[in-house]
Design a protein around this ligand. Structure first.
Ligand code: PLP
Length: 348
């Protein structure tokens, strides 16, 4: 066409997971929470007034920043709200990277990173994980302006110890962004790092643990100077009034949130055992999905056959993932349907 910057012309758009229209499907392909959001969320939604909609929202969403600060034991200046965790990733690329300022991350990981690198015209330094998804030592020695570690990693679900990320934060010359979109399902997190390092940004999402993927709300946690710099990059009103009200109600209801997380973790343990019994290699997951490696089957064929049965999971034809299936944790009923279908398919 010629209208776009060369990078945009050449970029391949990110491919989000398929969103089937039919209700009667088992949808385990985009890591949504299988349980509904807190009743407090629905109450807050019903109470949104016409006046709140008529006016622009608080540009900094301070109501949410205060609630999140209380949950994390940090002043609200450490928090910046965004329109989903994905928006924080876009902001970080725009804030830190360009032609002379590369980004580095271990692979395989979230497939949005190379797309954002291409759009920002910065070099992606991709360093492979080993077969057990240990953090590659070389990641510390790059000249990247931005290093990203997704922890728990997607799509492996594996977890890098907080101490290792503390060492990485100490060693990198630029900013370390720890993408904790899935950390609600892990045992520990990296929040302590922001107290000790002025170059660490933590990404949080309300899409997974809080069951709010349809709403689009995430946030950054970092020292106030980094937050102030990121604020310069964000749209003035990047999160809307309804989202602020709902996200605040959700994060305040920690009891409900923790209950749902425990249910997902219990099913994750059950599904992992079942998949291993069927002959899949499944690393222990700290997230709300598992990555199952086919030992005696072809992953793309299993994926197709599950799709034909209206069971949606995710297959990535990317290096290192061709023999693997990523399966979000569903309700016990959904996981039972998946298990029965897999039994049938593998017996064919
Ligand atoms: C690794 C990772 N990071 C960040 C996000 C962004 O999540 P959201 O924009 O829904 O908050 C996702 C979404 O799936 C993800 O998988």
């Amino acid at each position: 066409m010629g209208y776009f910057r060369e990078n945009v012309e050449k970029a391949r758009a990110y491919e989000p997971g398929f969103q089937p229209k039919e209700a009667n499907v088992v949808k385990l392909n985009t890591n949504e929470n299988p349980y509904p959001p807190s009743p407090q969320v629905m109450k807050a939604l019903a109470e949104v007034s016409a006046e709140r909609l008529r006016r622009y929202p608080d540009p900094q969403a301070n109501e949410f920043r205060q609630a999140a600060g209380q949950v994390h034991g940090l002043p609200s200046e450490y928090i910046m709200c965004c329109n989903g965790g994905d928006e924080l990733l876009s902001m970080a690329f725009r804030a830190f990277c360009d032609e002379t300022r590369p980004v580095a991350y271990p692979v395989p990981t979230y497939s949005l990173f190379p797309v954002l690198a291409k759009l920002q015209n910065c070099k992606p330094i991709e360093i492979p994980f080993d077969s057990e998804f240990n953090l590659p030592a070389k990641l510390a020695g790059t000249d990247a302006a931005l290093t990203i570690v997704c922890n728990p990693n997607a799509p492996s679900g594996t977890f890098v110890a907080v101490e290792e990320l503390a060492s990485l934060a100490d060693e990198v010359s630029g900013v370390l962004l720890v993408d904790e979109a899935y950390v609600d399902f892990a045992e520990v997190n990296c929040i302590e790092l922001v107290k000790n390092f002025d170059n660490v940004i933590i990404l949080r999402s309300m899409s997974k643990g809080y069951s709010l993927a349809g709403m689009r709300f995430g946030y950054a946690i970092a020292q106030p100077d980094l937050i102030a710099g990121l604020m310069k990059v964000k749209d003035s009103y990047n999160v809307d009034a309804v989202a602020i009200a709902i996200a605040t109600a959700a994060i305040k209801d920690q009891k409900y949130f923790k209950g749902n997380v425990e249910k997902v973790k219990a099913e994750r343990a059950r599904l992992t055992i079942q998949l291993r019994k069927l002959g899949f290699d499944v690393p222990d997951s700290q997230s709300n999905f598992v990555l199952a490696k086919c030992k005696n089957c072809k992953a793309d064929q299993v994926y197709e056959k599950l799709t034909q049965r209206n069971i949606y999971i995710r297959y990535f034809a990317h290096p290192g993932l061709e023999d693997k299936l990523r399966i979000s944790i569903g309700t016990p009923e959904q996981n039972d349907k998946l298990f029965s279908a897999l039994q049938e398919i593998l017996a064919e």
